[in-house]
Design a protein around this ligand. Sequence first.
Ligand code: ADP
Ligand code: MG
Length: 348
Amino acid sequence: MIEDKNQQSTQLSDLGEFALIDHLTEKFKINHKSTVKAIGDDAAVLNFENKKIVVTTDLLVEGVHFDLSYMPLKHLGYKAVMVNLSDVYAMNAKATQITVSIAVSNRFPLEALEDLYAGIETAANIYNIDLVGGDTTSSTTGLLISVTAIGEVEDDDEVYRNGAKPNDLLVVTGDLGGAYMGLQVLEREKEVYKVNPNSQPDLDAYSYIIERQLKPEARKDIVELLKDLDVKPSSMIDVSDGLSSEIIHLCKASNVGCDLYEEKIPLDPVVISTCEEFNIDSTTVALNGGEDYELLFTISQDDYSKIKANPNFTVVGFMREAEAGMHLVTRAESRIPLKAQGWKNFNA
Ligand code: ADP
Ligand code: MG
């Protein structure tokens, strides 16, 4: 884990809003030709010539989407960018610009915002994204961060949720459930810490899943790989709320059904062992856990030979006529209807 290294505390009121914005954003570089005017005017100016543009926004609220007792601010900045880039990639588009808006209470010193922006800058550098604007305001309680991501897509390359056809293969990237199990470990350590603040947790065995929770990566590589393999998915979505809810989105938008095979769901060994330790069913975690930021897509069976040898992809099922419904086919070969458990933030 990267620790927030700033120990000093400079009051935000000592700087004023404009000096703060300058200070936080001065290190960001502009790389894209499409960015005509970035920070510093009343609005950014972008020129994509004849390309289609995708735009997506997410709002993250302290206490709802993140807990600063175990989420370092640097990671929060990074993750806030990732959740948006993931939505751009889920359209089969290339992400090019972001805007970042924050609302902060006076509980946060300048150094805390420097850490937040260090994470945003790291993400922008690694994913080649221009920061082109935002807004800065005060909040009476916690921290809010909203990122808008902008991307471009050539010709008719964009992929929607609604193009899946019966008999298409359902494919997922990477592995699932890690971010949720990482959160379970962090929540447990938080409780231990409350009882004994001197305890030194040994989290090495969980580093993969903790990283999945605190420092997720959006699958930019997959959009590039699909292009190289000459595969255009018939539908696509990112896995932010759990496999079950994303499959239901694809099926409803495309008016198809689906058989998902339990035995095919890709799980990391650390996810399996941590599920055993917590006595949680690993399939349930993959179906309902969320925050994996993998891509879930469908392809025509004709494209199967193009993806089958690639370790990034797992075929987890196939699409059916809508009348067949949406089911999990278990290892014991029973058929269980898929249920959406998304929106978990609202029914807590
Ligand atoms: P306005 O009064 O027109 O909203 P601001 O003073 O809020 O302008 O912003 C000045 C410039 O700084 C604009 O380009 C804006 O997009 C940018 N900006 C403001 N806050 C942020 C932020 N938190 N991160 C990045 N850019 C920001
Ligand atoms: Mg403003």
